[in-house]
Design a protein around this ligand. Sequence first.
Ligand code: HEM
Length: 404
Amino acid sequence: MGDPLMRVLGRRAVPNPYPEYERIRARGEVSRHPLGLYLTADHAVSRAALCDPRFGVGPATQRGGIDWQVVSGDEGRLVHPLEESLLVLNPPEHTRLRRMASPLFAPYAVRELAPAIEGVVARILDEAERCERFDLVGDFARRVPIQVMCELFGIPHADHTTFVRWGTVLADTLDGIRTFGERRAVRGVLAEMTDFLGALLEKRRREPGDDLLSRLAAAERDGESLDDRTLLALTGTLLIAGFETTVNVIASAAVELMRSPDLRAMLLDDFGDVGEVVEETLRIEPPVQVLLRIAREPVTLGGVDLPADAMLAIAVGGANRDPAVFPEPHRFDLRRPNKRDHLAFSAGGHYCLGAGLARLEAELALRHLFSRMPRLEPAGEPRLRRTRNIRGHVSVPVRAGDRR
Ligand code: HEM
């Protein structure tokens, strides 16, 4: 049967990681992996660990064995957004940066973005509608978050495809870089992206606008503001975190809606249920499958003693299907009362900053897609991503079907 952790995070992505999480959970609330790592797929333990300040995050080299070392001399110039941002900072630096960025993603600020998001979705659907068949991922789900984020940052439309390319390469680094080819690709993207965002930042400092980058550049707290390198890392993180996750929720939800006539009928009958569809999708197919934490001191968790510096792998994909919290966990159930208790957006201090924006984007994307194409249907086999930690589809061929 093999080692469940290696099957989930090993070299090749497994098409269905969920039985592996069950095997991890069957070993106990927390178990020790032969490699020295501790594992949990238990919902209560996962949430407790994510909210426990005795667990911290660390540099990616510690977190996932990621080695993206740039050529010596480049360190000052290249910014790897995922390696130098909120995701890898602990308090007090994390708290300081998070306070600066949070107001831009507060519920009232996100609500104001609805018309812009609807405009983006409508434009993308206008194009898709012209084709008899299209790819639900490449031609729709992927384009929505990218165009929304570019719009929020005031990035010209002509540059959007470049962002798709950068986002894809950098998101793959979440799985670790193993070959020289991958390292070269990442280094190239980092150089281009740092230069592009650096020039954009310079422009916004000269002529501030109403976009997110201008507002982040102007953000001040207790007399402090963000330096350029931090700003670049934060901007890159927002772009990538916003691209590579939301796309998967939109596509996974649409696949489920095409698969289940009852679910689709329920949605078409009342689009007010779209938020529930998004929430249950986040529970059953979380785009981020595993989170890592490091014990900053000795901690007893789920009855197991973890020494200081121990690494804990939290299987979100398993916690979200823990039968103790979600009965019949493998069933997509819109009427599940506690579906919002999922951990798809993490919990505690690193709770996803863009959760409100992601929910709104996914809801609007699905609402408009199915109201325009109520009989949307598969036109080929969906293909899953190659990545291990980010779960979703790389392509889902569809046809619009009868519009009436
Ligand atoms: C469905 C879509 C999304 C999912 C599933 C998701 C998931 C996550 C998860 C699991 C974390 C926490 C990582 C950890 O605890 O170590 C996180 C953090 C974060 N996310 Fe999201 N995310 C989504 C969309 C977005 C969007 C749209 C944005 C921004 C535009 C965003 C920005 C961030 C940022 C900045 C962090 C770091 C927060 C911190 O460490 O304080 N995410 N996200």
